[in-house]
Design a protein around this ligand. Sequence first.
Ligand SMILES: [Fe+2]
Ligand SMILES: [Fe+2]
Length: 212
Amino acid sequence: MNAVALLKKDHRSVERLLDRYRAATKGKRAIVEEITRQLSAHMAAEERELYPVLRRAIDNGPALMSDAEKEHSEARGLLSELKSLEEGSFAMDAKVATLRGAIAHHVKDEEEEIFPNAERTLGADALNDLGMRIARAKRSAPKRPSRSAAKRSPGTSVAGVASAAVDRVNRMFAGPAPKRARKSSSRRKRAGRVSTPRAKSAASKQRARKRR
Ligand SMILES: [Fe+2]
Ligand SMILES: [Fe+2]
């Protein structure tokens, strides 16, 4: 598979998980763990297979790759801090919102500048070969950040706190998902849709009277 297509697919998958977290009222720890697994493998594979090639091949490669690696370190720092936060806490929501902002910025840089530059420079065969190597690297990559990663966290951002607060208010007003209405048995009886033994016997007596 083409390296750029594969990496964009990973980006969309993480974005979907971040959206799911935003709408969730429970199971948030499991969503954070899946985000951690997917992002850790994705970033490690990019650093191992893609970035060294682009550092040499594209315009302004060394500066672009250094920035990208710094953003990866910050994302690992946020993921590492998330491990110790309580599920359902505002601190966890604010940290995930900070991560969402950081990821959106990084993905924009990759998809609008770095990947188009790679496509112009490398050609289809090299991109397909890179895609195979990235897929292999993802399988063997660590699926969680190292213990020391938290040191490089940028910390929870003001924008992350604000965004988490807005999400909370929105969820509060949205309320729980409406349950599908089930008619009570007495309502169903009134609607004539349930045949209890008594209802059956009354109906057969009525039919007998009509025949007479
Ligand atoms: Fe990426
Ligand atoms: Fe990246």
